[in-house]
Design a protein around this ligand. Structure first.
Ligand SMILES: [Zn+2]
Length: 470
């Protein structure tokens, strides 16, 4: 067992339902076999477990691992295509890059870059748009398993209106996806998701094939795009001859509690009511919405209708993989909406980036907060020495304020360590050997700690257990 000591902040009670932030300045979290088995004030937990190794996270804040509910693996190299609305951006920028994943060697490099980017950003769980090519999706799953991330992903399918080399047929889509699902669904931390790109690029027959796959792979997830851009919505409803965008998925039996629909910037009231009734989750992707000029997300209407909302980076239209930036942008968007906006506080941002994401992926019993019984998926945010973030955090008046500073200022460079199931996934011993900044010394076991003199918390405790310091 391992006893983690540090300042721990999470949101087990939904702040959108009135829940408070849970913050403990000097907490002890006891972890056994990847699961949190005990938590409380450090001194009390320590008194009961004097023989256990202690990992001292001396300053900074320990948060639950971040959950990204919408991100595209093959677009990681395409981040930063500014100045275009959605459909033009796809055609000129994103899709040519996605087509390169037809070459599995290319896709292998991209998947490695993508996964490294996720863990460096503190993301431990993600719902990922795979690629249009089964070979590329296979290597994504393979490498995610090696890195240790909790991912739900699948083959992206389309059979019209995209460039020719990204198209498939309903039968081929079903067969290739089923082969991938048989290999990866439920293997370790991986799960399969059925992923039609969006109704615009999918015929009714292809959506039927997706529905068949969803039925034939029990427990698989469904994810796609919806109501992102006004021109896109007009085209889609025209193509299908239906009243709303949601109808295009709903008519094929694709919408339910295992659905995560990305964007939903321009929903009708009827769509919101239907989403709430079917317990659908929406992935809100604020930097993408702003970068593409898609619109300002109507969070207030989602909350009023009872639609569950989580956060997504939507890389590569989103401007980075770090959910702290997405949280801040979500806050900006709501501010810009004035009276139509929701006054988000730091606790809401943390919830959107952690527990809300876990819920939308059906993982709320396992991850999303640091309660007893949950898996130890966690991110230790520790500012770089001398950075403005360090200065601001040091002068925070309390946990809410400290958390506000995390969302305002923290970047991947401030993500000191990341665990999934108590397995250290960032930085890894290999990345340390590569000379990348790790800033810590490995102990004889794999537990790590900061030098005593830099500690804001003392290692006191005075037990006979081994406190491992550098
Ligand atoms: Zn997207």
């Amino acid at each position: 067992m391992t006893l983690f000591r540090g300042t721990v902040v999470d949101t087990p009670d939904d702040p959108f339902a009135g829940g408070d932030l849970r913050a403990v300045a000097d907490a002890g979290l006891l972890v056994r076999d990847g699961v949190l088995v005990e938590r409380g004030p450090f001194a009390e937990v320590r008194a009961r477990h004097r023989a256990e190794d202690v990992v001292v996270l001396a300053d900074g804040i320990l948060l639950p691992g971040l959950v990204d509910t919408h991100v595209h693996c093959p677009q990681v190299r395409a981040i930063g295509g500014l100045g275009m609305p959605l459909l033009e951006w796809l055609e000129r920028y994103a899709l040519p890059e996605e087509a390169r994943s037809a070459d599995t060697a290319y896709a292998t490099s991209v998947a490695a870059e993508f996964l490294a980017g996720l863990v460096q950003s503190g993301t431990t769980t993600a719902l990922v748009f795979g690629a249009h090519y089964p070979g590329a999706v296979d290597v994504l799953f393979e490498q995610a398993a090696r890195v240790g991330l909790r991912i739900t992903s699948g083959l992206v399918v389309s059979d019209r209106l995209l460039r020719e080399d990204l198209l498939t047929t309903p039968q081929r889509a079903y067969d290739e996806a089923l082969t991938l699902a048989r290999r990866w669904h439920g293997a370790g931390r991986s799960r399969y998701a059925v992923v039609p790109r969006f109704s615009l690029s999918c015929t009714g027959d292809l959506l039927d094939a997706c529905a068949a796959l969803l039925r034939d792979v029990p427990g698989s997830w469904f994810t796609t795009h919806i109501n992102e851009n006004v021109r896109e919505i007009e085209t889609v409803t025209g193509l299908f001859g239906v009243g709303t965008y949601l109808d295009t998925y709903d008519a094929h039996g694709l919408v339910g509690p295992r659905s995560v629909l990305a964007h939903n910037v321009h929903p009708s009231d009827a769509e919101l009511a239907a989403m709430a009734a079917r317990d659908v989750s929406v992935a809100h992707c604020p930097t993408s919405n702003c970068a593409l000029g898609s619109g300002l997300f109507p969070l207030q209407r989602h909350l009023a209708a009872g639609v569950h909302v989580a956060l997504g980076s939507d890389v590569g239209a989103g401007t980075g993989l770090c959910l702290f930036k997405e949280g801040l942008q979500a806050y900006f968007v709501q501010q810009m909406l004035g009276e139509q906006g929701v006054a988000l506080e730091p606790r809401h941002l943390l919830h959107l980036a952690t527990a809300a994401g876990a819920r939308s992926l059906g993982l709320a019993d396992e991850v999303g907060d640091l309660s007893v019984g949950k898996r130890f998926d966690a991110v230790w945010v520790r500012p770089r020495r001398g950075s403005t973030f360090e200065v601001a955090l040091r002068h925070a008046g309390g946990p809410e304020e400290a958390l506000a500073k995390v969302f305002a200022l923290a970047t991947p460079a401030d993500v000191a360590r990341v665990w999934v199931d108590d397995q250290l996934v960032h930085p890894t011993p290999a990345s340390e050997q590569d000379g990348r900044p790790g800033g810590f010394v490995r102990s004889r076991r794999r537990h790590l700690a900061w030098p005593q003199e830099s500690a804001a918390l003392s290692v006191a405790g005075g037990g006979d257990g081994r406190s491992i310091d550098a």
